[in-house]
Design a protein. Structure first.
Lengths: 158, 146
């Protein structure tokens, strides 16, 4: 009777407990690993976007300096803004409509940085002192291009 | 009866030894995974803060084109800004990116200025270093016309 009480734990019970504990630890470790991986992926995406935005912002400022250089030249030579297009030789396409200059700098495939400048004129000539004012400096969504994705959507006309 | 009892004790101890051995091997692997994940999450947290601070530096620098003023505005008056041999701005911060004398995270900021036709163009290269490893690097700029 005494012997029976001594071996109350039983052979195999420690193995069962160990298997249970190891299983619990493994499950938690796998969950933590995937959580960490998801966190890393999210942070990398955030960093990627941030770096792209900062690069585009820098590029937009370089274009702004080129545009300002042309405006200064126009102001110095007392030429009208109509001659802007012939003088500007930057690599980024710049659109001019009356006294407004706009351009886009690509951030990524779906987002652009849009810049809108208003040229300050005096008697039809570019102002020498304050040549321009930034009206808009914002990100614009180009929308997702779904042309490559063949989605089997419900057609209401069928 | 005695022989049977002895044999049961031996089996029990052999099982315990196997259990302990297997458990120690399994727990070593699992703890290693936990430690790596914990470190990754800590680095991600710091990286995320670095991104936010770097964006703030970029935004402020683009308006005033003054690195020292920008850093004081963002990290507070208590932060000590050092200059290294290559005229880079060095900031020592703790892992919450606060200036309290610790140097868990090092911010290295390199400024380059050039004159353009109608003004000045400034470029900043920001590096965030943790455990002697660059975890985040970005570039931003400013333009101020004459």
């Amino acid at each position: 009777m005494k012997n029976k009480q001594f071996f109350g734990l039983g052979i195999g019970l420690s193995s069962v407990i160990m298997i249970f504990v190891v299983l619990c630890l493994t499950t938690l470790a796998v969950l933590a690993y995937f959580c960490g991986k998801a966190d890393t992926r999210l942070t990398s995406k955030k960093a990627e976007y941030s770096i792209s935005y900062q690069k585009s912002d820098l590029k937009a400022r370089e274009v702004l300096s080129e545009v300002d250089g042309v405006l200064l030249e126009l102001a110095k030579n007392e030429k009208s803004l109509d001659e802007f297009d012939s003088l500007y030789e930057g690599e980024v396409e710049v659109l001019r409509e009356s006294d407004t200059i706009t351009y886009n700098v690509k951030i990524n495939d779906s987002i652009d940085l849009f810049v809108n400048l208003q040229v300050n004129e005096k008697d039809g000539l570019v102002n020498k002192e304050k040549r321009y004012a930034i009206k808009q400096w914002k990100t614009v969504n180009k929308g997702y291009d779904l042309s490559d994705e063949n989605l089997d959507l419900w057609d209401p006309n069928k | 009866m005695k022989k049977y009892k002895k044999s049961r004790i031996n089996t029990f101890f052999i099982e315990m030894i196997i259990v302990i051995l297997f458990f120690s091997v399994a727990s070593t692997i699992v703890v290693e995974v936990f430690a790596k994940t914990n470190y990754d999450i800590k680095v991600n947290k710091i990286k995320s803060k670095c991104i936010t601070k770097s964006n703030a530096i970029g935004d402020l620098y683009s308006s005033n084109m003054d690195v020292a003023k920008t850093l004081v505005r963002i990290f507070g008056d208590d932060c000590e800004i050092f200059m290294d041999g290559n005229d880079n701005y060095i900031l020592n911060l703790n892992d919450n990116l606060l200036a309290n004398g610790e140097s868990d995270v090092v911010y290295k900021i390199c400024e380059a200025r050039k004159q353009t036709k109608a003004g000045y163009m400034g470029e900043l290269k920001i590096s965030c270093i943790y455990n002697n490893e660059v975890i985040y690097e970005s570039e931003c700029g400013a333009y101020i016309s004459n």
